[in-house]
Write a protein that binds this ligand. Structure first.
Ligand code: DX5
Ligand code: ZN
Length: 218
């Protein structure tokens, strides 16, 4: 299997020095940078949007793995593309036309991901599996870092692994929420190819980032 991708979530970074934090996790071995965009409406928390992402773009060449927890999505796709997002992941609950949203993301030259909340069934993926580049399994309810991994998502990962293998397509299977040195290897064994981690990467301060990232690999 391809190398496991680690995508640290900057939700747990020091927001007063985000540029430096991104350079540190890049040097510490991050494969992608996970950027959680929240609108206080789709999820009960607020973060940042395209202007901040655009300012961060010059601090790393690693892909920006942008997780949108906003509704609606479509009016902002162009802004995220201009800001330098490489992957744009959306929740199907964020709008009535998931397929149109995926088309619009591709039309702007980005990869398209679909995120499944803990209670969202895998069936949502079936009609669009030929169209997407990434599936994000939420192993916590979205909105906050530092929550505990929801065990029922392991069997969901296994089901999605089987769907992806059957499709024969090159789709990243990513998991997000409550990943640490104990849960990450289990999610990897269940079939993910990318791990998002916020609190487990940033804990202890910059001198620990490299070890924290290494600890997520099996
Ligand atoms: C939650 C976000 C996650 C969050 C994960 O809504 O999507 O990316 O940062 O944080 P941890 O790794 O601390 O659970
Ligand atoms: Zn996320």
């Amino acid at each position: 299997m391809a190398k496991l991708l680690i995508s640290p979530s900057i939700l747990s970074a020091d927001f007063s020095e985000l540029g430096a934090e991104i350079r540190r996790i890049d040097e510490a071995g991050a494969d992608m940078i996970h950027i959680d965009v929240m609108d206080g409406h789709f999820v009960p928390n607020l973060t940042f949007g395209p202007p901040v992402i655009e300012k961060l773009r010059r601090h790393t060449d690693k892909p920006f793995d942008v997780h949108l927890m906003i509704a609606p999505v479509d009016p902002f796709i162009d802004d995220f593309a201009k800001a330098g997002a490489n992957i744009l992941t959306v929740h199907p609950e964020a709008g009535p036309h998931l397929h149109r949203t995926i088309q619009a993301i591709h039309a702007r030259g980005m990869k398209a991901g679909v995120a499944l909340n803990p209670a969202t069934p895998v069936d949502v993926i079936k009609p669009v599996i030929g169209d997407i580049d990434l599936i994000l399994v939420m192993s916590v309810n979205p909105g906050f870092g530092g929550q505990s991994f929801i065990e029922s998502q392991i069997s969901k990962i296994e089901a999605l692994r089987a769907m992806i293998d059957q499709s024969g397509r090159d789709i990243i299977l990513e998991v997000d929420g409550g990943l640490n040195a104990e849960t990450a290897p289990r999610a990897t064994a269940a079939g993910v190819t990318a791990i998002v981690a916020g609190s487990a990467v940033f804990k202890g301060g910059p001198e620990h980032y490299a070890n924290n990232i290494a600890a997520l690999r099996p």
